[in-house]
Unconditional design. Structure first.
Length: 748
């Protein structure tokens, strides 16, 4: 299966110019309410619009079109509806929405277009509006880019408010009074001592015409938004009843295991399928697409055992010579020979550098990284009677549906996709490869559902990896020690356009890709001459979105180099940044809050310990972190991380704090241990012993502080990941005097 996932698709749409002509304005919240039949009610429930149903017992069912993978999105989205509806929280039920156009993510492509959310120019407004319109028109029902709450903020609140207004009108008609005499609270309409529960009114309310221009609550009226609410997914996860993709069970189900060619582009050359079929419980053994050996059995372990007992032989293909060392040399050659495409060219950085007497230079490197979610890749599929049913823990429900229809050669309407809980995604489940494989296998199982489960080794060695990259910096320091010129060039595979085999049709080698350089060209610091450029250099290994995408590497590059400039200027790293942020009050406030709460400059640290600071904006949120670090037996030890974030209006503060902790642990694990290397065309790391997770004993204390804001919500699932690596590395610079210019961190 070709690995061309969501970001590639979105990149082509944006980079290929299809944003032009789709409309200036994003879809209105009112247009996104949808019809009640978009989500057919079950078990006596009555739908008031595409988002809200109320059943005979008074349960409020909320359609949730984003995947729950531990980030708490089902709770946050349900809160938006419940607050405007004045529902009883104990009666709210979070229900995974079907794949329908009304549930498209209109905010998703805002992460693709190269304009900032704070840019209010006419061009920026046009591009953002067109991107939102395009995402909605394409029906992109996708969970990614920290966009779930940002996208739902308007339409889901309006869905709750509109449903509430319908219930008020139904009660007013029954009591023969004006709506203005009524109020709502706790799932009921009230008039003095009289009370009508929503369940008593919903049938009548559903017959009414939805009102226009329904007002939304003001912040002082919110009952749920901004307050810590219990997560709707936790009870099932605690008692074991939660269903993840790996838990799916269907009558008559069979199981599939596979082996893919170790090297990219390799193929199966020899395999004794007869011997594999003779193994206990094996139902079928065959080669899929030339490069994958598949065994189907009555139990997964029997399928896996057959592959171990009868291993296929592979030809490693044209990339059998791929080596990490050669990839590194390729990137260096590109940096030596090319200037790249500049996403920002302010002033004249190159001329200023040529004339400057004091120029600092540095080069930083990051490796390929695997996603390694704890739930290995899996999907269950059934092809029967001309219809396809898929149960998949996917972040891209609409794209999975489309790909399933292509593989099975049926119309999209013949495919139904169910999305259970995801045991982690981090961007890996933006790809559809495992869904395509499951459907292809199901075509051979005579109508029986088949569950495909990758082994951990397959997951590590056949991922779509965060790109390897090398950044080269030059900066000129003025008499005040501040940078008067900054030149940054990043060489590496493109997140949007570079595929395993070739460039996408119509994509030239120098087609710019904003996702690769994001976070590097939107620096908030006051630098008069600034150039940030991308050099797209495909390296032969498939790449894709990894939590926080390009921000995860560019925050490390830019914030570490900035600390080196502060060191050269003999200035405090916090105050150095603070002075450069004089024209960026939002960033400055976040930086100051993190420094204050960390005791920067006021609270001495124990001997042998130092602080490092980093600031980064991503996905509409600004995050700063201070890490307290020591070195024990030559190994970094992170004792404490103080995190401050301005993510706009906070929906559920508990979720935001949890996501800051999660993003920090994820990024810290990568900074200390994450590395994918290639020899002979094959990935060398096969399981967690070769790329370990952060242990509980290594876990730092994490203090999270939220900046109060009345702005619309920003993202929270990813913004905590980018600053942690540079914060730790900057602490090590303060502690040792030596910059950490390559990840993972190695001090020896």
């Amino acid at each position: 299966m070709k690995r061309r996932g969501f970001l590639i698709t979105a990149g082509v749409l944006a980079g290929g110019g299809l944003l032009v002509g789709v409309g200036l304005r994003p879809p209105s919240d009112a247009s996104r309410l949808g019809k009640a039949d978009a989500w057919p009610p079950k078990e006596g429930a009555v739908a008031l619009n595409a988002w809200v149903q109320i059943d005979a017992e008074g349960h409020v069912n909320v359609a949730l079109p984003r995947a729950e993978m531990g980030q708490g999105v089902h709770t946050a989205l349900a809160m938006l509806v419940a607050d405007e509806l004045d529902a009883d929280w104990a009666q709210v039920r979070a229900v995974s929405a079907p794949v329908r156009p009304v549930y498209a993510n209109a905010a998703l492509l805002l992460n693709v277009v190269p304009v900032g959310m704070d840019d209010e120019s006419a061009t920026a407004r046009f591009v953002r509006g067109a991107a939102q319109r395009l995402g909605y028109t394409l029906g992109l029902q996708v969970t990614g880019g920290s966009s779930s709450v940002r996208d739902a903020w308007g339409p889901m609140r309006l869905a709750g408010a509109t449903a509430r207004q319908l219930l008020l009108q139904a009660a007013a008609a029954r009591w023969k009074v004006a709506v203005s005499e009524l109020r709502t609270e706790g799932g009921a309409v009230l008039r003095g001592d009289q009370r009508l529960a929503y369940r008593e009114l919903v049938a009548e309310a559903a017959q009414l015409t939805p009102p226009q221009d329904v007002p939304l609550k003001k912040p002082e009226q919110w009952r749920f938004i901004g307050k810590p609410m219990p997560r709707v997914d936790l009870p099932a996860k605690v008692n074991g009843s939660a269903v993840f993709g790996i838990d799916i069970q269907q009558p008559g189900m069979v199981y599939a295991a596979l082996r893919q060619a170790p090297a990219v582009g390799g193929r199966v050359t020899q395999w004794d399928t007869g011997a594999a079929k003779a193994m206990p419980g094996v139902l079928d053994a065959f080669v899929l697409d030339g490069h994958t050996a598949v065994v189907v059995a009555d139990r997964w372990w029997r399928a896996e055992a057959a592959l171990k007992a009868q291993p296929p032989q592979f030809w490693n293909g044209p990339r059998s010579g791929l080596r990490t060392a050669d990839m590194r040399a390729t990137l260096h050659r590109a940096l030596d020979q090319k200037q790249g495409f500049a996403f920002r060219d302010q002033g004249d950085a190159r001329e200023a550098l040529a004339k400057a007497p004091n120029v600092l230079r540095a080069e930083y490197e990051v490796p390929f990284l695997a996603h390694a979610p704890l739930e290995p890749m899996n999907a269950t599929a059934q092809v029967k009677d001309g219809k396809v049913t898929v149960w998949a823990p996917t972040q891209v429900a609409s794209l999975a549906r489309w790909k399933a229809s292509q593989v099975a050669d049926v119309a999209m309407d013949a495919v139904e996709v169910h999305v259970p809980y995801l045991g982690g995604g981090f961007g890996r489940r933006l790809e559809t490869d495992v869904v395509e494989q499951a459907v292809a296998i199901a075509l051979r199982t005579q109508g029986k559902p088949v569950k495909l489960l990758w082994s951990r080794e397959e997951d590590f060695t056949h991922g779509v990896y965060r790109p390897m990259g090398i950044s080269r910096f030059e900066a000129a320091l003025g008499d005040d020690g501040k940078p008067s010129a900054w030149h940054h060039r990043l060489a590496g595979p493109s997140l949007g356009f570079d595929t395993t085999d070739r460039l996408l049709p119509g994509m030239a080698a120098d087609t710019p890709d904003k996702n690769h350089l994001e976070g590097a060209f939107e620096l908030p610091y006051a630098i008069p001459n600034l150039r940030a450029a991308q050099l797209r250099v495909p390296l032969g290994l498939p790449v894709g979105s990894w939590r926080s995408v390009g921000h995860s590497l560019n925050a490390y590059f830019t914030e570490c180099f900035l600390d080196e400039l502060a060191q050269a200027a003999k200035q405090d790293p916090f105050r150095y940044r603070d002075e450069l942020l004089a024209q960026a009050p939002k960033h400055r406030a976040v930086l100051r809050l993190a420094a204050e709460k960390a005791g920067w400059g006021t609270t001495p640290l124990p001997a042998g310990r130092a602080r490092g600071i980093a600031l980064h904006e991503s996905f509409g949120s600004v995050c700063a972190q201070v890490a307290e670090v020591s070195v024990v037996n030559g190994v970094p030890k992170v004792h404490r991380v103080v995190c401050a974030i301005d993510c706009g209006t906070v929906v559920n503060p508990d979720t935001v704090v949890a996501q800051m902790q999660s993003g920090i642990v994820f990024g810290l694990t990568a900074a200390l241990y994450g590395e994918i290397t290639v020899e002979g065309g094959a990935v060398q790391q096969r399981n967690f012993p070769q790329q370990p997770l952060l242990s509980m004993a290594e876990m730092p204390v994490i203090d999270v502080h939220l900046v109060p804001s009345a702005a619309p919500p920003g993202g929270v699932g990813e913004p905590a990941t980018p600053p942690i690596a540079p914060a730790v590395c900057n602490a090590l610079l303060a502690l040792t005097g030596k910059a950490v210019r390559r990840l993972p961190i190695r001090l020896a």
